[in-house]
Design a protein around this ligand. Sequence first.
Ligand code: DGL
Length: 273
Amino acid sequence: MSEQAIGVFDSGLGGLTAVKELIKVLPQENIIYFGDTARVPYGTRSDSTIKMYARQDARFLLSKGVKLIIAACGTVSSVATELYDSLPVPFTGVVVPTATAAVRATRNGKIGIIGTPATVNSCSYKTEILRQDSRIQVFQQACPLFVPLVENGFIAADDAIVQLVVERYLAEMKSEGIDTLILGCTHFPIIAQAISDYLGRNVVLIDSGKETALYAANILSSQSLLNTSHTLGSCTYYVSDTVEGFRKTADVFLGRSVEDTAIHISIDQLTRS
Ligand code: DGL
């Protein structure tokens, strides 16, 4: 059982920020990643569409025999909550681990949350934070322009367009005096430097990928599912759009070039899996 892979999925390539952290925390684990690059973005779609896509993505990973599934997508984790109880293997999204880290990090009890419109509308992070500590003040902001900015390579902290959009979205939270900010979307760690430059060094940024990787390690450990072999694990990537497109952009999220196997799976195959 322990040599079975961990399944990770996201609406596109942003979930690779979680894979990057997973490789650091659990280098011996095999990973199967599915990025729904043909249907990204999810974050501006209706709840029923997001739920349907998430079910198909999880089913595809199950067909690969994974031992744990991680929805490394803020939008799926926030909207497709029925996945928590409906899968035959352990499952985690990013909301609980990330909210837990934010509650632990705040010193003044003011936490900001940024995500896609679907994530912010769901109030998922807010609900979890208040469940853990009802005294905390929460400030939410949907940041739909961050995803296309990152996808189009506007990521440099000194890029005037990035700075302008960051200021537009975060000015209110800044004036409220938040000391902790949840990067509630897979794409946002890529522009963390610009966000941090604007908010100041005293504001702690919580990266959902990193927190979820640590959380997943705990699940595997508590259920005796860790791969105890001493060799490095492998990664296999499946994408619903072209492999060439994946290879062109993946290194931005993964922090290194992708040498591992990448396979195209059509939406037709996906929906039949
Ligand atoms: N992966 C999505 C998330 O973390 C961002 C991209 C999208 O909208 O699909 O919310």
